[in-house]
Design a protein around this ligand. Structure first.
Ligand code: GRG
Length: 298
């Protein structure tokens, strides 16, 4: 697929998710107004929508219609938004800038940001509960809820974040870094692909085939994130550049160096592409997304 096609697909996903989130989130006038304003501020109109694009691209490769994927795409982006709001809090990474604007706790206040994160997380599951009103069977909708819940908890995002926080000012080797990122970043990326597959009523065999695609993709995404943190500028990233080094966090860049990190991300991307071949799918959008993951600049 030409880059232009990926660009058009991705712009379409971004607009669709923003329109749907406008509808799913309570209005900023509804009481408690500042909580709803903070939730909207942190989830609508920003971010690459990489995880939503994975949902739509996976479902598309399996013949799902868009309306069957909408709730899954919004749910993964709501969990992602929640994790970013909490990640930026003073008790966690203490970052003031996110997606090119003030972090939620700076724009509002800390208690509001904590509550906004909590409420975005529960809204994700609320949205998924309605998935069986679309073309998704109630059984598949329940599997979506299960998949997203396990990706978000102590054996997923939250667990990865706990390891991340424990590694500040500590040495880590490649295998520990991989374990952390398999949870912290990888879990939601794997869940995005899994929910896309479930939108198409995929069976467990296909879900496993696609997990062999999404696992190396998730790790490649994080390696590129680590490289960008150390090499790109704050304006391009929309979040503070060099934050990992400043916080003395071990990264692929600090452990392996830039060249070997890039080579490893390329190797993982090839593994992901090979897994798509093995699955026997016409998955042009997923292929383009895998290649984008490697080449992205923010
Ligand atoms: C699940 C209870 C519970 C808590 C959340 C804070 C936290 C625990 C997890 C942190 C998750 C985190 C910040 C992971 C980093 C992943 C990452 C590379 C984020 C950046 O993703 P992009 O580049 O961001 O897709 P945009 O802004 O484009 O959406």
């Amino acid at each position: 697929m030409a880059g232009d096609d990926l660009h058009a697909f991705w712009s379409h996903c971004r607009k669709r998710v923003d329109d749907l989130l406008e509808h799913f989130l309570p209005s900023a006038q509804q009481e408690p107004a500042s909580l709803h304003a903070a939730m909207r501020y942190s989830s609508i109109g920003a971010g690459k929508r990489y995880r939503a694009a994975l949902v739509y691209a996976t479902g598309d490769s399996l013949g799902a219609v868009e309306s069957a994927m909408d709730r899954a795409a919004c749910a993964v982006e709501l969990i992602h938004a929640f994790s970013l709001v909490h990640d930026d809090l003073p008790a966690m990474d203490d970052d003031d800038l996110r997606r090119g604007k003030a972090s939620c706790h700076v724009a509002f206040d800390e208690p509001t940001a904590i509550l906004a994160g909590d409420a975005l997380q529960t809204l994700a599951f609320d949205v998924l509960c309605g998935a069986s009103d679309t073309q998704v069977s109630p059984t598949q909708a329940l599997k979506m809820i299960e998949s997203l819940a396990s990706a978000s908890g102590s054996l997923g995002l939250a667990g990865g974040q706990a390891i991340d926080l424990s590694l500040v000012a500590k040495d880590a080797d490649r295998s520990l870094l991989e374990r952390m990122h398999h949870l912290k970043t990888g879990a939601l990326i794997r869940a995005s692909v899994d929910l896309g597959a479930l939108s198409a009523n995929a069976d467990s065999n296909m879900r496993e085939c696609l997990a062999r695609f999404s696992a190396p993709m998730g790790l490649a995404f994080q390696i590129v994130d680590d490289i960008l943190d150390g090499t790109a500028d704050t304006q391009t990233l929309g979040k503070p550049a060099g934050a990992d080094r400043e916080k003395d966090k071990p990264t692929f860049l600090s452990v392996l160096g830039e060249g070997p990190s890039k080579a490893y991300a390329e190797e993982l991307t090839q593994q992901a592409l090979d897994a798509l071949d093995d699955a026997g799918l016409d998955a042009r959008l997923l292929r383009s997304l895998a290649l984008f993951t490697l080449q992205r600049s923010h």
